[in-house]
Write a new protein. Structure first.
Length: 354
């Protein structure tokens, strides 16, 4: 017997109270609770659901987390020789947005459409007008494929550095010790190009995430930086009833363990009244140190994590998939083989990563 959409809604315990049949058929979740797709997807055909951890299962609180990353990156720049005045920068969450491009030749932040037409051009905090834009970019157009010149700032992790690029260009443009030129700034015999400034920021961001104190400070105050949702265990449990579920994160095991333990720190299991389950029990496979996007190509050596010490066991893992074991490295092909998805196409894995 086929269950109607309205019948399914009536069985949903989280619907607003006192809804009649007509209202139920028109019921829609709030925008931030909905999934938007750009092509139809037959969910019943999906055999495996893969999740990232950072900004997926672990939703970092905004703007607290971005502000932390911004401050630490500024500190890193000052430590490698940038002016002390940079420490006065304060992160403004109203300025950056995802999807902007940074022009490493002229130091501009650009908003472009799918074809490369420039919609907005900002130099520091100075919004350029049409004639000024055309002097730099003929026909207000760029080649989006020129990734050596134009860096795409398209993730939530990029928000702090997006604002930092604007801050730096604005600072050096208005600092009396520096004179502006087409490709950067001069201070006596010293020249700093936008390209070198860009590379310093990128190196600083990578350092903060990989070697700096970002993760340490996040773990020290999880309630401040990480959002927690009691529905997460139920979501993964339901998915695991119809398909395999795995976690693939670029983060190391020790950080992953602390974040995931916090996310599943509820007195109940998938539903209130059910016993608590450790977070690892919700996944058929757990993989850390994935090194995406390399993971989707040649990947790295698949190793096993000693969950007692957090260290990697020596040698390449060659055994079958075992639930509860934590793996490190690997590639998308290796993961699909272990999960039994040998018939995967190039698009199958994309639809399984959320």
């Amino acid at each position: 017997m086929t269950t109607s959409w309205s019948d399914r809604l009536q069985n949903h315990t989280e619907l607003p109270a006192n809804m009649d049949g007509v209202a139920m058929k028109k019921y829609r979740r709030e925008a931030h609770q909905r999934v938007f797709v750009n092509r139809s997807l037959a969910m019943e055909k999906i055999k495996c659901f893969g999740f990232d951890m950072d900004y997926t299962l672990a939703v970092y609180k905004s703007p607290e987390y971005e502000s932390l990353g911004f401050d630490l990156t500024v500190e890193r720049l000052v430590n490698i020789g940038y002016p002390q005045e940079l420490l006065n920068f304060v992160y403004d969450p109203s300025f950056p947005t995802r999807g902007l491009l940074f022009d490493t030749t002229y130091g501009n932040l650009l908003k472009v459409d799918a074809y490369g037409n420039i919609l907005v051009c900002v130099h520091g905090f100075n919004f350029l007008r049409g004639p000024d834009i055309r002097e730099i970019y003929p026909n207000k157009f760029i080649q989006r494929g020129d990734t050596d010149r134009f860096y795409i700032l398209n993730t939530l992790f990029n928000l702090p550095e997006t604002y930092l690029f604007a801050c730096l260009v604005d600072f050096f443009s208005n600092c009396s010790r520096y004179s502006s030129c087409e490709a950067g700034f001069k201070n006596g015999d010293l020249f700093m190009s936008y390209k070198s400034m860009f590379q310093d920021v990128r190196d600083g961001v990578d350092w903060v995430h990989m070697k700096g104190s970002l993760k340490e400070k996040t773990v020290e105050n999880l309630e401040k930086y990480v959002a927690k949702d009691p529905k997460l265990p139920l979501l993964l449990s339901r998915m695991n009833e119809v398909a395999k579920v795995f976690l693939a994160t670029n983060s190391d095991y020790k950080y992953t363990e602390k974040i995931m333990t916090y996310l599943f720190d509820f007195p109940h299991g998938p539903k209130p009244g059910t016993p608590h389950r450790p977070w690892k029990s919700y996944f058929d496979m757990i993989l850390v140190d994935a090194r995406k996007p390399v993971f989707f190509g040649e990947g790295t050596v698949l190793r096993q994590v000693d969950t007692t010490t957090g260290r990697l066991r020596i040698g390449t893992y060659t055994g079958p998939l075992q639930q509860g074991i934590v793996y490190s490295g690997g590639s998308s092909d290796i993961v699909c083989d272990l999960l039994g998805l040998k018939e995967k196409t190039s698009s199958t894995l994309e639809t399984t990563f959320w």
